[in-house]
Design a binder for this molecule. Structure first.
Ligand SMILES: [Fe+2]
Length: 298
């Protein structure tokens, strides 16, 4: 195996006994290109040809407040298979926030467990106090890998072969994009949603096969929600309208974002036309009986 190491990133992280900064959770700071990976068992099939991509979180700097395992910067790992051989490379996603903290030499944003006041700069996405780390998900659309963050940050583009980076996807709206957008292989479209703390609380969008935003529309909900994923069928995208959202009182009084399952609010899913081209008139339907009864407050 040959390993080429890239120049080190700036890190201010100090040794600690934090359970999510040690052992299997120890942040990885090295970026490498490794070729001729050693096969430790069996052989790599010669008819596998392609790239496996995986997104992860790695804490780079000393946390400003309390550390949560979702707080780290996004890092894409790639294993590339071809002709019975495998290569590996990994890259931090060069988000605006990663670059800003590299320049600052330390954390500029607090984490999920902190109040927004901990952050030294305004944050991104629905939460408002977090850095946009593009660390939750990665999907390939229009020939490019797009890394996204579940709290609706910006979506970042990487070349799926080289992991070269092209910054924020041009179609990402100001409200950001949630993790887990979907690609409809039949149409080549990317279907996505985002969410936030003020009305209409959610948007739904469609990006065409060339990477152009062709549909972006409000999905009015009765209040804030913390959706995490979506599914789609030929004509519909199904969006979560679950009574899971931040405790509004805690946000007001302490600036904390504590997730609650709210009793007495029906759990629903909303079916939205999957594409403007397929169904020109936006229509939102909801059914309260699609979800089983909720458990008691967690
Ligand atoms: Fe997820």
């Amino acid at each position: 195996m040959k390993v080429e190491q890239l120049p080190p990133v700036v890190s201010s992280l100090q040794p600690s006994n934090h359970p999510y900064l040690n052992g299997a959770w120890t942040p990885l700071h090295e970026e490498v290109n490794a070729t001729d990976l050693e096969v430790i068992e069996g052989t790599i099939p010669t008819d596998i040809d392609g790239n496996y991509l995986r997104n992860t979180e790695n804490q780079v700097h000393q946390p400003l407040g309390r550390h949560h395992p979702f707080d780290g910067h996004g890092m894409i790992h790639q294993i590339s298979f071809s002709n019975g051989t495998a290569t590996y490379r990994n890259r931090f996603i060069r988000t605006r926030c990663f670059e800003a903290e590299q320049i600052a030499g330390g954390s500029l944003w607090g984490g999920l467990m902190d109040g927004n006041a901990v952050s030294k700069r305004p944050g991104f996405g629905a939460h408002g106090g977090l850095k946009g780390s593009a660390s939750t998900d990665v999907i390939v659309h229009a020939g490019k890998a797009i890394a996204t963050f579940y709290q609706c940050g910006e979506g970042y583009i990487l070349d799926p072969e080289t992991l070269d980076q092209s910054g924020v996807a041009s179609w990402v709206p100001l409200d950001g994009v949630s993790a887990h957008p979907k690609v409809d292989e039949e149409t080549g479209e990317l279907l996505f949603f985002n969410y936030f703390k003020s009305a209409p609380y959610m948007h739904y969008g469609v990006v065409d096969a060339s990477g152009k935003l062709v549909h972006y529309t409000p999905v009015p909900l009765p209040g804030p929600r913390l959706p995490h994923d979506m599914i789609f069928s030929k004509n519909w995208s199904i969006l979560n309208d679950l009574p899971v959202f931040w405790d509004q009182e805690l946000i007001k009084t302490r600036g904390l974002h504590a997730v609650r399952l709210h009793e007495g609010i029906p759990a629903r899913f909303r079916a939205h036309p999957a594409s403007r081209k397929r169904r020109p008139d936006p229509l939102v339907r909801s059914r309260a009986d699609l979800c089983p009864p909720l458990p008691q407050r967690l």
